[in-house]
Design a protein around this ligand. Structure first.
Ligand SMILES: Nc1ncnc2c1ncn2[C@@H]1O[C@H](COP(=O)(O)OP(=O)(O)OP(=O)(O)O)[C@@H](O)[C@H]1O
Length: 269
C-alpha cells in the first residue's frame, strides 16, 4: 500500500490514563488523509488529550485488547519525521511565544522546532524565503518585524499557523484556535484557515465553538467523558438534539451560508 492511501489516524481501543483517571476511554477512530474534521466537546471531554496522542505526548495503556495506535500506518514515530505531514497549532505553543521574537523569526523557528531562533541555528536563504512566502500567503507580511510579545492574540495565532506550515505538512491540527479572539479576529482567523484548506491541506480542528467549523469541514466528531459520542457528516451530527445531549442542556442550532451558530433558549434552563 502506498503511503498516501494509509489513513492519517487509525485508533482502536485507545485508553489514556492520567492520575488514575481515564482521560480517553477506549477511543476508536479513523481519519483519512484528505478529510477535514472538527472534534467538538465540552470542557474536560478529552479534546486536548486526543491531540496529545497525535503529537505523541500521551500514549495509550499498553496491552489493551485490540489496541491500534497508528498514524500513517505506523505506531512508532520519530517526531522530526512526523512534522513533515503534521503541523500543530496549540494554545500551549502560543503561551511559549510571549517573548521578543519577530514574526519572521517565529515562523523560521518552525524549521528547528524551537521557540525562537538561537545562534546555533543556521538559517538558509530558502528558509527565509519560505517563511516570507507563508506570511504573505496568510496576509500577515506586516507582522514580519513585529515582536510576538507585541502582537494581538489573533495576529500571533496566524503567525503560528505560518510556523506550522514551514515543512509543507499535509495536515494542520489546531487546538481551540479561536479561544480569546474577538469577533473580528475570529473572522480573520477563520478566513486564514479557509485559505489553508483551499490550498489542498487538511484541517483537524478541536474546539467547543461551532462557529469555528469552516464550510470546508465536512465531518464532525463529538467527544464526551473521554469517549467518542457521535461521529459523522456535519449535517447529521450538528442537530439541536445531539448538541443538547453533548452539552447536557437545551441547545438550539442554525446554519447560515455554511456556518453554524448555537444559542440557548433561556426558558429551557
Ligand atoms: N496529565 C493529566 N493529569 C490528570 N488529569 C488530566 C491530565 N490531562 C488531562 N486530564 C484530565 O482529563 C480530562 C480531559 O482533559 P482535556 O484537557 O483533554 O479536556 P478538553 O476537552 O481539552 O477540555 P477543555 O475544553 O477544558 O480544554 C479533564 O478532566 C482533565 O482534568
Amino acid at each position: 500500500m502506498s503511503s498516501d492511501t494509509r489513513p492519517l489516524l487509525e485508533y482502536s481501543n485507545v485508553t489514556v490514563r492520567k492520575n488514575e483517571k481515564n482521560v480517553l476511554d477506549s477511543i476508536s477512530l479513523n481519519i483519512d488523509v484528505g478529510e477535514n474534521v472538527a472534534i467538538i466537546g465540552p470542557n474536560g471531554s478529552g479534546k486536548s488529550s486526543l491531540i496529545k496522542t497525535i503529537t505523541r505526548d500521551y500514549y495509550p495503556l499498553a496491552g489493551t485488547d485490540g489496541l491500534d495506535f497508528r498514524i500513517m500506518g505506523k505506531d512508532v514515530w520519530d517526531l522530526f519525521e512526523m512534522r513533515h505531514f503534521l503541523g500543530i497549532v496549540s494554545y500551549d505553543l502560543q503561551e511559549d511565544y510571549v517573548r521578543d521574537v519577530s514574526g519572521l523569526d517565529a515562523v523560521i523557528s518552525g524549521f528547528f522546532s524551537s521557540i525562537g531562533l538561537y545562534p546555533n541555528h543556521q538559517v538558509s536563504p530558502e528558509m527565509n524565503e519560505k517563511a516570507r512566502e507563508l506570511l504573505e500567503f496568510l496576509g500577515i507580511s506586516y507582522l514580519s518585524d513585529k515582536n510576538m510579545s507585541e502582537m494581538s492574540t489573533g495576529e500571533a495565532r496566524r503567525v503560528l499557523i505560518a510556523r506550522a506550515l514551514v515543512h509543507d505538512p499535509q495536515t494542520l491540527v489546531l487546538d481551540e484556535p479561536s479561544n480569546s479572539l474577538d469577533m473580528r479576529s475570529r473572522h480573520v482567523f477563520r478566513e486564514a484557515l479557509r485559505k489553508v484548506a483551499s490550498s489542498g491541506k487538511n484541517i483537524i480542528l478541536v474546539t467547543h465553538d461551532l462557529e469555528d467549523i469552516i464550510p470546508e469541514i465536512g465531518r464532525v466528531i463529538f467527544l464526551k467523558d473521554g469517549k467518542v459520542f457521535l461521529d459523522g457528516p456535519k449535517e447529521d451530527i450538528l442537530t439541536a438534539k445531539n448538541l443538547s445531549e453533548l452539552f447536557n442542556m437545551h441547545v438550539e442550532v442554525a446554519c447560515e451560508k455554511g456556518y453554524y451558530r448555537t444559542w440557548i433558549d433561556p426558558l429551557s434552563l
